[in-house]
Ligand binder design. Sequence first.
Ligand code: ADP
Ligand code: MG
Length: 836
Amino acid sequence: MKEATGASPAMAQWFAIKAQHEDSLLFFRMGDFYELFFADAQAASAALDIALTARGQHQGEPIAMCGVPVSQAETYLARLIRRGFRVAIVEQLEDPAAAKARGAKGPLKRGVVRLVTPGTLTEEALLEAGRANFCAAIVAHEGVFGLAWADISTGQFETEQSGPDGLAAILGRLDPAEILAAEEIPLGAYAARRVETRRMALHLPANAEAAARDLAQRFGAASLDAFGDFSGAEALAASFVLAYIEATQMGATPRLSRPVSAGRAGQLAMDAATRASLELASARGGSEAGSLLGAIKRTVSPAGARLLAHWLTAPLCRLDILQERQRGWLAIADSGQAEAIRTALRGTPDMARALGRITLGRASPRDLAAIRGGLAAAEALRSLLPAGVALLDEAAHALNPAPELLATLRAALAEPAPLRLDEGAAIAPGFDGELDAERALRDDTRRIIAEFQSELAQRYKVASLKIKHHAQLGYVLEAPAGAVEGLRAYPELQLRQGMANGARFTHPELSDLDRRITEAAARAGARERVVFNWLVTQVLAAAEPLAACAAALALADVLQGAAQLYEAGRFCRPALSDDEAYSITAGRHPVVEAALPPGTSFIPNGCTLAPQRLMLLTGPNMAGKSTFLRQNALLVILAQAGLPVPAEAMQLGLVDRLFSRVGASDDLASGRSTFMVEMTETAAILHQAGPKSFVIVDEIGRGTGTRDGLAIAQAVLESLHNQNRCRAIFASHFHELVQLAEALPRLAAHTMRVKEFRGEVVFMHEVVEGAAQKSWGVHVAKLAGVPDPVLRRADALLKTAERQQNATAPLPLFANLPDSAPAPAEPPRPRRCWIN
Ligand code: ADP
Ligand code: MG
């Protein structure tokens, strides 16, 4: 951008700042507004639907301008950030009155105080309460990728190392708000996503060792080893994300916890497709409703909701940690205190995020109140957590972070605390004598004015003389029409304004009073700021223990939620082990169950993958196959999140990798054909699934011709059986596949039970041993409302085809099998497929 010729000094300042921040909209502070100019104004007025005006001229053209009031800036910022803009906040760096007093010429000093980007938000209005907001950085180093991500609103800071194939899975898990990566890093589908991706090269430390040293220093340790084991790539990524975040905060340092290497935490591996298909924390379209999280969430605080989402999206395969979580919620359920814990936590303010803003120097009275509220909840909670479980004992210990602080905040902070400090009522009366004295002077105004009014009324012998405050004139005397002439005789009274029924006068003593009152208000404000800042330092001194306390509150909330599920009696504690057990009694799909219309009930189904580890599930469309598959995968997720599961009983040998290949036709956005997507995902399973893995495959081969599809389905099934040897459920509407069960010893054939009653077909949603009789396609078409003539025609065609098929040679695929399986004399007796 070129420097303006002949522009106003403030505009010259604008140009200079814009040149430094070309990729951001400048929120240029002018008094009570943030103003935007030129292209910024055009973009913002369109995005915010606010009026575009013009101001002055630049190179003969009017300068486009729009503005937002400072008091409402957060709302507008939120909208701009959501639309993918970055915003640089330019503040006035000096007090206008002070500048005027020292006789300064030219514009006020201004500078960028902060860059607002999607990954560096701290304001409640800009954040989703129940979701972490990560800024993630990816670097390539010695043939691997290092990732690091931080949420500056809560201080969470983690790293992980990955090969090229693992990137998408990690990003899928984190769902970062902003990704920093150099051009050459393959982001795959993520590059095209809604998420803000910054392709940038930053000045990194010369090498991984230097990065590790910088990091250690930043967190006050001699060496990074003090925090655990980090690869060079992780150290580089961590310093990358840290450097970026600090650059956006213009020198203010966010509180971040020491980095943790998430890759070493023993997570259950899931690729991006699996994750998306299971809808763990958000359903299709991004909403929480309809997701697993939405169905099982019983938390009562935003921090609890975030932690629960984290557990669900990052399940573990660590027996010790999972059993400890189970012991935690079982102890709460057994103690009978779950309801009391819930009451203590309900409405707990978001202490972690308030702490984030306080550390960045953006504390509002509400943030201090959030700390007070969090500490009060912690105090109430301490005696409620049952003792004897290490996880709960640690939490209880963390719930007492700063013994004096709660009392101080209770005494010092007004209740309720005002939104902003400049409202002048943040500090409670009685806490600071000096402040009380200044306020008395300020608040005494009314009495002083009243006394002065009667004094003047007597002095000028006008009983109805009134002192009023006027926006432009300050304090004035208002006299009725009849008294105006008489008052004009007094030289000290100056007529300023005539009115219909009288006139307004100014008076030197009144002006003096006005000044004293204003000064008292200013002095009270200044003293209040001093006290407030002192409180902030008290909080900052305890920042680490407070962060631990916030984490303990979140943990207690998640555990009480789990206890609640368990206590309601329809969720059980899964028995976890390190072997390859898999047995579920009467399992349910929590999301489908929650969505069933009233009056219908969910039909529970068990599933045992032993001795046969592979289940083939056939059955017509709409019979409940997909529901059953996902239900089993979701129970694995819940169990490995350490939570109770919707079943009567569950034995699970921990799964190392979970694969879900369900629902073709979802991925139209990526431009790959349904079949291509299906095969890519299938290839991933065949390459990676091992004996400890768990796989669900739904309707493979649907995206291509029948013969192709059937052939591929059979080959995949054989490979899962012979090579991968994983636990798997394989659903297909190709009932021809059932005959494979005879050839494959570890394959058990099951089907969805269907009842035929007086020509009507009823889907029982029940998994039974055996094979599907037919595909009932015409029946499903009828359910869907296809017109009768079409149904009759389809039926006739079907009969002809069946006759012809019997007459011609069998499909080559099953050349060694009978043409048509003889129908059993009786329908198979319905049996649950689990064995007690
Ligand atoms: P399929 O994959 O066999 O075509 P779905 O799993 O999509 O069938 O199920 C179709 C519908 O049947 C679901 O949307 C749900 O409403 C209902 N359903 C499935 N399983 C059950 C069950 N176990 N109990 C009750 N209703 C079920
Ligand atoms: Mg299905």
